[in-house]
Design a protein around this ligand. Structure first.
Ligand code: CIR
Length: 264
């Protein structure tokens, strides 16, 4: 069973952190409606969605991806690089505790989940303003016992590694080579259309990619390569510098769990 943890949009979303974008008005109602569509899309693709309530005092709390790195064996609760976002992790730790043993990134290290791209047993971590060298070193120590390698990756011009590159098929990445060097990854890749620099962020769920409607040219490139794409309108949270991966924490649990809970 595939679980998706999401959190409803905060009414204070307009006070979000911004790094590479100019601030512009964000409609809470439009952001809520688009987030709802995203949640429905996750459910339609077979995820069991666990929705957390909005956090009125945490503008960026909808971007749950940044608060944890959930692996098959363990979940690492991050220490987000933006101080305003650090209170977001407590409720995420509680939400993940039933499913995984927890480990924690400790101060002063920082790391954002948006910087962590997992491909099999390899974790690539963006060396960005949000993820410190010490954060990357702590992650390496925490996951080594489970057989994962951790590689720091230079990123330029965007917030997180996964703004620049995400996985769209078992053997395929979607990448913006202006933000990250494709040679770092020993995998086939599709490049974003140069007119769509923020088009590198997609969510892969089984054989379907959830992808923003705002990038039709890159979408066509994926479809021509045989990738099945489901578009969503993610334009309002994009003004808060969020993409489609940011709004969920995805992980599998054994179906037995569901069977035993249904029997009890
Ligand atoms: C931030 O700056 O932290 C938020 N406004 C956007 C975070 C987006 N998260 C992600 O890409 N994983």
């Amino acid at each position: 069973m595939l679980i998706a943890i999401t959190r409803d949009v905060s009414p204070s979303i307009e006070q979000c952190e911004l790094t590479h974008l100019e601030r512009e008005p964000i409609s809470f109602e439009a952001a809520q409606a688009q987030h709802e569509e995203y949640v429905q899309c996750l459910a339609a693709l077979g995820c069991e969605v666990r929705r957390l309530p909005a956090e009125p005092t945490m503008p960026d709390a909808v971007f749950v991806e940044d608060t944890a790195i959930v692996l098959d064996e363990v979940a690492v609760i991050t220490r987000p690089g933006a101080t305003s976002r650090q209170p977001e992790t407590a409720s995420i730790a509680m939400a993940l505790e039933p499913y995984r043993e927890l480990r924690f990134i400790e101060a002063p290290a920082t790391i954002d989940g948006g910087d962590v791209l997992r491909v099999g047993k390899s974790l690539f971590v963006g060396m960005t303003s949000r993820s410190s060298a010490e954060g990357i070193a702590q992650l390496r120590e925490l996951v080594a016992p489970f057989g994962y390698t951790v590689t720091g990756v230079p990123v330029t011009g965007c917030l997180h590694l996964k703004t620049a590159v995400t996985q769209i098929a078992p053997d395929m990445l979607l990448i913006n080579p202006a933000y990250v060097d494709p040679l770092v990854f020993d995998m086939h890749s599709i490049e974003v259309d140069p007119s769509e620099p923020f088009g590198g962020n997609a969510v892969l769920i089984s054989d379907t990619v959830i992808y923003p409607a705002a990038f039709p040219r890159t979408r066509r490139r994926m479809e021509q390569a045989g990738i099945r794409v489901q578009t969503v309108d993610a334009s309002e949270l994009a003004k808060a510098e969020g993409g489609v991966t940011c709004c969920s924490l995805l992980f599998t649990v054994a179906d037995d769990n569901r069977v035993s809970s249904m029997r009890s």
